[in-house]
Design a protein around this ligand. Structure first.
Ligand SMILES: Nc1nc2c(ncn2[C@@H]2O[C@H](COP(=O)(O)OP(=O)(O)O)[C@@H](O)[C@H]2O)c(=O)[nH]1
Ligand SMILES: [Mg+2]
Ligand SMILES: [Zn+2]
Length: 320
């Protein structure tokens, strides 16, 4: 037909792939992306988006001529959250509807940080999202250092992979882990988190060479993007693979976890917690502590136990 131009696809459902200040970026099921706006009725009191619409949300759309309007956010099957930075005691939903979280870490440059890795694992455990530890920069470590760290996390029920993102060593195993579930064509969505400098961008570039990864400029104070309110960006490099990039974090505070229940989120400690001689055991210097005994027998990693104690004390004191 003359004058009408090419047919424009107007999907009625889409996936949120990025949050911008005034709008959201949406990804249609056919892979094309477009802008959408979020009406006031879905926004919070300050008209801010808050957690109302987040990266990974599935949304129903209405169209006002060329403009896509988010009509409804479908219920989320899970969320990966952290405590919002700043004074507010508030949840920040990072991404919704995840199949797994990949924690990228290094043993050196920067030094391994059990504080961050274990916080992310606790948050995954709480949300019921499987986690995978990718130990990158293994070219800088001895084989025994790499293996002993991964073994400690295997004992915690966390699968680990060793990579060198620069040479590409081990990257195929990560690609495999992020591919379609059971090769049945069920899409798999993976969130990537890690300290800055661990090689996350290098790894993601290897995993999706055809994609231009946007450089999220992040405000170090709020942890949020300078041009975006949340910096998680979802990519779909293949129809059944979705990778969500987040900016390197400096601090990651737990959301929704109390000191007393922390042990529930350490799978290797959980079954031991009832076995201490004293029911109010602090697992510190008390005689008959089942947790310390397990560490001494080598069944629980020393790093994990130390980070558990530290995190528990921080939660008890009210800072994170
Ligand atoms: N030796 C070594 N260096 C790496 C590896 N992966 C990344 N790097 C380097 O580490 C630095 C930080 O990498 P980048 O991907 O920007 O880290 P990000 O902050 O986690 O995104 C860069 O200079 C990379 O070239 C690796 O496996 N081995
Ligand atoms: Mg980066
Ligand atoms: Zn104890």
């Amino acid at each position: 037909m003359l004058g009408t131009g090419p047919a424009v696809a107007r999907p009625t459902v889409a996936t949120v792939c990025r949050i911008d200040f005034g709008s959201v970026r949406l990804l249609a099921d056919d892979g094309h992306d477009f802008e959408g706006s979020v009406p006031a009725k879905l926004r919070g009191v300050k008209k801010s988006l808050g957690n109302a619409v987040v990266t990974g949300d599935r949304v129903a759309l209405q169209w006002d001529h060329e403009r896509a309007l988010v009509e409804r956010v479908e219920s989320r099957r899970n969320v990966f959250s952290r405590r919002a930075a700043g004074e507010r005691d508030a949840e920040q939903v990072v991404t919704a509807n995840l199949d797994q979280v990949v924690i990228v870490a290094a043993l050196q440059r920067p030094d391994f940080s059990p504080g961050l890795v274990d916080r992310v694992l606790v948050q995954c455990e709480r949300a019921g999202i499987p986690a995978l530890l990718v130990l990158n920069k293994t070219d800088l470590d001895s084989r025994s250092e790499t293996e002993s760290l991964l073994a400690e996390y295997t004992r915690a029920g966390v699968r680990g992979l060793a990579t060198c993102a620069v040479s590409g060593l081990g990257v195929d195993a990560v690609r495999e882990a992020c591919g379609p579930i059971l090769r049945m064509g069920t899409p798999r969505r993976t969130l990537f988190v890690g300290h800055s400098g661990v090689g996350k961008s290098t790894l993601l570039a290897k995993l999706m060479p055809a994609v231009t990864i946007s450089q999220g400029e992040v405000n170090e104070v709020t942890g949020k993007g300078r041009h975006t309110t949340s910096a998680a960006v979802l990519y779909r490099p293949a129809p059944e693979t979705e990778l969500v990039d987040t900016p390197g974090v400096r601090a990651f505070a737990l959301w929704g976890v109390e000191a007393g229940e922390l042990v529930e989120y350490y799978p290797e400690l959980r079954p031991l917690a009832g076995g201490c001689r004293f029911s109010d055991c602090r697992h510190d210097r008390e005689p008959g502590c089942a947790l310390r005994a397990a560490v001494e027998r080598g069944e629980v990693g020393e790093r994990r136990f130390a980070s558990y104690c530290k995190l528990r004390d921080e939660l008890a004191e009210g800072f994170h």
